[in-house]
Design a protein around this ligand. Structure first.
Ligand code: TA6
Length: 301
């Protein structure tokens, strides 16, 4: 559906508007309580979230839309698998919906909150990659904070197992003075150290490349950015449901260079991924007709 029709059908004056992004694809802008979010129809991808006048997400300055490549930064939707494909390494990491065009299902705006629902239903082109019939829906709710719900429905007649993630790239003043609280005592898979299982002691500090899948109660986390002389300290609460895992990732300098799409070799200093997942041992099995929701809410303070 093109932009005029989208605005006619789903736009809400002053709250919800569709436009063409300078990144090269259609986006929707949500506004509520002086806060704003930008979401691309490609991948149901949240590109930006400003809250209290501060951009809370990191987005690579070289990101482009509609290039067939996933956008680096924001909140990628990794579905219907997280990380490498479970048994076919020729398939793209983190599933295939990041580069698909999602449809607008509904919009809603009140004085307190604004809501957008985007949906993607697997089709013929996907069967070769993933032979299941399913629909994935992303609900984005903007108010004093930002909430996302990722719902999956099994539309087929056979069960399937999936993993997934809301792979959020947070903007930080400097990753060396940033920590993640709420994971103390949990076991984690250390992907930088041969995938061995370790136990977290205290808050997670970021020293060198960090790529960890934490397992257990990850429902109440916090990003604690102590700030630098130039940039203020800030804290962000991260509460989730439907997840028994979480990922903390920072590529550091070598992987930043290998990725080649972070915008600069030093970009890793200004971002930290804290991902709400069903990953590692935290698998989701959906019987025919079943639904499953993974959700997260971000709130400053
Ligand atoms: O969630 C962490 C991770 O799995 C890292 O290993 C790294 O690969 C990152 O995701 C980015 O993946 P992408 O496919 O977006 O380049």
């Amino acid at each position: 559906m093109e932009l005029t029709a989208l605005n006619r059908s789903f736009g809400k004056l002053g709250a919800i508007a569709f436009s063409m992004s300078p990144l090269g694809g259609p986006i929707v802008r949500l506004r509520s309580q002086g806060n704003e979010a930008l979401i691309a129809l490609q991948g149901g991808h949240v590109l930006s979230w400003t809250c209290g006048g501060i951009e809370r997400l990191w987005l690579s300055p070289v990101s482009q839309l509609d290039t067939g490549k996933a956008v680096r930064g924001g909140i990628p939707v990794c579905w219907p698998w997280f990380g490498p494909h479970p048994f076919d390494e020729t398939k793209a990491a983190h599933g295939f919906v990041r580069t698909r065009r999602w449809e607008v299902a509904s919009t809603e705006a009140t004085t307190e909150t604004v809501k957008l629902v985007l949906a993607y239903e697997t089709g013929m082109t996907d069967l070769a990659i993933w032979p299941q019939e399913a629909e994935v829906r992303l609900t984005v709710q903007l108010d004093a904070g930002l909430a996302l719900s990722l719902g999956t429905s099994n539309l087929g007649d056979v069960p399937f197992i999936m993993t997934q993630a809301l792979h959020t790239y947070f903007a930080v003043s400097d990753v060396s003075c940033t920590m993640v609280e709420g994971l103390d005592g949990l076991s984690y898979i250390d992907k930088v150290d041969g995938g061995i299982h370790k136990s977290q002691k205290g808050a997670v500090a970021i020293e060198g490349e960090v790529d960890r899948i934490y397992l257990g109660d990850t429902s109440r986390l916090a990003l604690v950015d102590q700030g630098t002389g130039a940039l203020p300290a800030r804290r962000l609460g991260i509460t989730s449901r439907g997840s028994k895992s979480a990922v903390v990732w920072n590529p550091s300098v070598d992987k930043t260079r290998r990725l080649g799409d972070m915008g600069s070799d030093e970009a890793w200093r200004r971002m930290l991924c804290i991902e709400t997942t069903n990953a590692g041992d935290d698998l989701v099995r959906l019987a025919p007709g079943d639904d499953f929701v993974l959700s997260v809410r971000y709130l400053p303070g």
